[in-house]
Design a protein around this ligand. Sequence first.
Ligand code: MOS
Length: 755
Amino acid sequence: MNDLAPGFAPNILDQDIQGILGRPLDRVDGPKKVSGNATYSYEYAGQGQVAYGFVVNATISNGRILSIDTEEASRLPGVLLVMTHLNAPRQGEYVTFYKIPSDQSQDSVARPYLSSNEVQYYGQPVAFVVAESFEQARDAASRVKVSYEQGHKPASRVKAEASQAFAPKTVRGFLVTDSIIGDFETAFAAAPIKVDATYETPFQHHHAIEPHSTMASWDGDAVTLHVAAQLPVECREMIAATLMIPKSKVRILCKFVGGGFGSKLRTESDAVLAALAARQLRRPVKTAFTRQQVFVNAAHRTESIQHVRLAADRDGRMTGLSHEVIEHTATFDEFAEQTADFGRHLYAAPNRVTTHRLVRLDLPMPGDMRAPGEAIGMLAFEQAMDELAYALDMDPIELRIRNEPAVHPETGKPFSTRHLVECYREGAARFGWDRRPSRPGTLRDGRWLVGYGMSAAIRTHFNRGAEARVRLAPDGNLTVETAMTDIGTGTYTVLTQIAAESMGLPTDRITVDIGDTNLPPAPGSGGSFGACSSGSGVYLACMALRNRMARAAGLNEEIAIKDGIVSAGDQKLAIDAFMARYAPAGLEAEGKEKPGKEAKDYSESSYGAHFAEVGVDIDSGEPRLRRMLGVYTAGRILNAKTARSQAIGGLIWGLGSALHEEGLVDDRFAKFVNNDLAGYHFPAHADAVNVDAMFLPELDDKTNPLKAKGVGELGICGSGAAVANAIYNACGVRVRSYPITLDKLILDPAFPSND
Ligand code: MOS
């Protein structure tokens, strides 16, 4: 399954000289992490004596602050500063979505805090208390007395506001809001087989193990922030814009980030408030959100209502598909999750409708959460495909294969690579799909009704530019430098592998230095673009370095290096001896990856197939996973272990979105109420049994020099629908409102009785 284009010259990575790229190398930062030597943002002691900040959150959903009484809080022992809108420094103005300059993003523009008496969501920061200790700051924060004037009765649910839905001008700035091709309504009316169903997905929250946290310290007019950031470059711009200081005066450090998943794409109030307070107090200030604060002070995922209609011939060829989404944004700004976008790339059908509508809710700004778009769009659409398969009395894999497009179904562009059918077939064979009962509710294992389900996986591949610098020291050790982040995904490890393979060096000669805006700019971690983008920069820097080595040795041809032995002309030298002879001061080179023309000429996505077997308790309706498998293709896999781990994480998250996750709002206050990790459910170990994932071998030479595509989010794209489909197969109940809890099953008249 090697898609090398005819005439394509294999590059050095294809030669597998060092035998390290793609292998399941253990994390190079693992020993640091397990020994407590990986330092996270909040753990930096700071120059001078650090002070602790604590955010005070609003307790109304909208309206204004009438008065803030900070007297008692200010008098408490240890309290250094109580910052409110009355005394906060002036900051850059909030830049709403349509005012963002074209070279900026929602993550890089000004986000002021404590800048007026206006309240726009429950939990909005209204004060920041800084004290000598965390306990003093938290205690004082609880004694800041705020009186409010409540504004209008809050809007807090998509369904209740659906009649007010509007079409955003664009989705995310890079996608069209509506894509309409052909005449769907006519095709639908004429179709002999159809599905017409509405699905609902709830508010979802994400919680990295490390909450959002910052340690800020100033040196004159320059600030350094240790901050839990996925995108250090954007974080720097956001801080500079908000604090109204030049970018050159801001340094972001994020050597270790304890999870991100989209939640740390945006820079939140922790960073802004810590920086402001540290400037005023002339000492370092650190702050971290509590778990409860993460629910309101960081991005959550939109609630959605998704209307899916499918039209098919009797032989299962779709004549039309329609996916109409309503979701929410905040009252004060716009964020439109690209929930229907994946459907533009996935199945063939001549008549097609994919649309996005928004309602405004009095909630915090929704935002990116693992696989924005696919994650919830596929929960709905891939269930609808399953419903169509039953309506046709056809195997759901066969249905998907019959609707597999030869070229991109909307643009007509060729696919860079697409081995989705191979994923279906390989997955079906490995999972034992032939044991799936074709009629629901017919397979029993004691009390358990057993069912099988599957779904497709697709995730758009994004190319981002990245720069990197490599330095080869006189002793033959290589340092890799790029402002990339490792949010737990394995960046340190895969960049080590790429550099080792590119340079013909053993991994113990490579040191990777990332997480610092003083290093060459890189796109950071997000949207599954991190490893491919930054890795390409590193590869190109290494190629430039090899050229410099050859030139230093006076050679025109390329040099060969393996295991640190350099073959130059007719001599063989250990790399340190080579450097002593030809480059005693060391050598340095830079690489710059820019997305090429291919990104425009080809449709580039990662693909896969998800399989789930569930049991549903015949007495209680309790659904439980029995096993789950994901089979994927994503170009070259850079590290078999870290890629598989990410895929498994995605599968488990898909399981959670199918069975557990649901953010609940108290409509009276527009307040998230199950705001801790006891009340907000997600899979525990006992829920996530027998979860496995694998990648089929593939090279995609249209994407980047690595021939790799994004893997990070692929596992959550559709996997929840495979669980939902397995539940239907087990018990014959179709639940279209996530999460699928036992009450929705047992109370359904279609649920089998135990007699
Ligand atoms: Mo991505 S939304 O940064 O997992």
